[in-house]
Write a protein that binds this ligand. Structure first.
Ligand code: PMP
Length: 415
């Protein structure tokens, strides 16, 4: 799809982009919806909705094995989606892209297919203090299975990775480093390229959780020089239930699959099975074909709008939101790294985050409250929960103003 066919001009026009998202016309409690929960899941533009509907209306069948017309159409659509995703991630080879349910499944795949067969008792997996549960629990499971040890690199007071401490945590036993590209709870952008350099120098492979990076920045696995990269479509304006794992081909080809079934084999006898090459060997069963089509449409949409234009718009909005929210009396910001993407997490002194969320909802403002699937991070900060406003490409200054008015109302009610 080209920019022209999508009807998107080069200059960033937030009102025009809002019209791409039909759900943004929703009213909540009689007021316009202010959707500031994009880090949990973003809304979907017509371009994605239409791609999914057209696929089902015009092309649907099962993929790969059919000789008939629709089977070929579906296969072409699915494999074209892989090309789009591979190009968007900066992959050199389309075989390096495995379609999965999302970031969680991608990390589990690497944990079970890469780490589990390789790790031995005493080996180490290094993560950071700000990881999402989906980048903690799969590694804990592998540690349990292999006797490896989970090591956690600390943050500084602003919520940035302390590179000096990280380097000290890296050792001869570190086999895998796994870290978020962007923190969902704090918004911190992590210095992934730097981490990769340090980790590779010690002979460790690096897995990057790109769930929160995909909606906000140009992805480029080659520039990062990482070994695995995971994304979820639903946080980047695509559908739920689909995502991608990118992995270096030589690593993927050497990894045994951890799920068996149809589609992932070269030959099966009752005695034994020969697996297909990557990525097919990791895609057992009928895949989420419409999801892959929708994911590719979402990446086409991001490119048509322009990732640089999105980055600039969101950076301005983040600066505005950070400043406005900080002016509300009793606000305690959580996560103040200079290099951040799209997330403002905060506490309101003396008021439980869940009350903050409920009162804001009464005014049509959707934020997320809770531990954001980062309980160990919350524990290390000595808090149970934060309120989190997370921005997307369609958010506006007026919506930040509505959030701030909502916070004033919260304070009035609890005064
Ligand atoms: N990592 C991060 C940083 C996330 O924010 C999320 C989703 N909240 C995930 C991983 C998991 O993504 P998914 O639920 O789409 O698998």
């Amino acid at each position: 799809m080209t920019t022209a066919t999508m009807g998107i001009q080069n200059a960033f026009d937030v009102e025009a982009r809002r019209r791409d998202f039909p759900i943004l016309a929703t009213k909540v409690a009689g007021r316009p919806l202010v959707y500031l929960d994009n880090a949990a899941s973003s809304q979907k533009p017509n371009q994605v909705l239409d791609a999914i509907t057209s696929y089902y209306r015009e092309k649907h069948s099962n993929v790969h094995r059919g000789v008939h017309y629709l089977a070929q159409q579906a296969t072409e659509a699915y494999e074209a989606a892989r090309d789009t995703v591979a190009a968007h991630l900066g992959a050199r080879d389309r075989h390096e892209v495995v379609f999965v349910r999302g970031t969680t499944e991608a990390i589990n795949l690497v944990a079970q297919s890469y780490a589990r067969p390789q790790l031995q008792s005493g080996d180490e997996i290094l993560i950071t203090q700000l990881e999402h549960h989906s980048n903690i629990v799969p590694w804990q499971m592998v540690c349990e299975q292999t006797g490896a040890k989970l090591v956690v690199a600390p943050l500084d007071e602003d919520g940035q990775l302390r590179l000096d401490a990280f380097a000290e945590c890296l050792g001869a036993r570190t086999r895998i480093v796994s870290l978020a590209h962007v923190s969902n709870a704090l918004g911190t952008i992590l210095p992934v390229a730097e981490v990769v350099r340090l980790a590779h120098a010690q002979g460790a492979v690096v897995m990057v959780d790109g769930a929160q990076a995909a909606p906000h920045m140009q992805l480029d696995v080659a520039a990062l020089d990482c070994d695995f990269y995971a994304v979820s479509a639903h946080k980047a304006y695509g559908p739920t239930g689909i995502g991608a794992l990118w992995g270096r081909r030589e690593l993927l080809d050497a990894m045994p699959p951890y799920q068996g079934g149809g589609e992932m084999i070269r030959r099966v006898t009752f005695a034994a099975t020969e697996f297909a090459e990557a990525p097919a060997r990791f895609e057992a069963g009928t895949p989420n074909i419409a999801g892959a089509v929708g994911m590719a449409a979402a990446f086409d949409y991001l490119n048509a709008v322009g990732l640089e234009a999105i980055r600039q718009h969101e950076a301005e909005l983040l600066a505005y939101a950070t400043e406005r929210i900080a002016q509300v009396p009793g606000i305690i910001p959580i996560g103040t790294a200079p290099d951040k993407a799209s997330v403002v997490s905060f506490l309101v002194e003396g008021i439980h985050a869940h009350d903050v969320g409920t009162i804001l909802d009464g005014q049509g403002v959707a934020v997320r409250v809770g531990h954001h699937c980062a309980q160990p991070l919350m524990d290390s900060l000595g808090i149970a929960a934060t309120a989190r406003a997370s921005l997307g490409l369609y958010n506006t200054r007026q919506e930040i103003d509505a959030l701030v008015e909502g916070l004033d109302r919260v304070r009035e009610l609890f005064a």
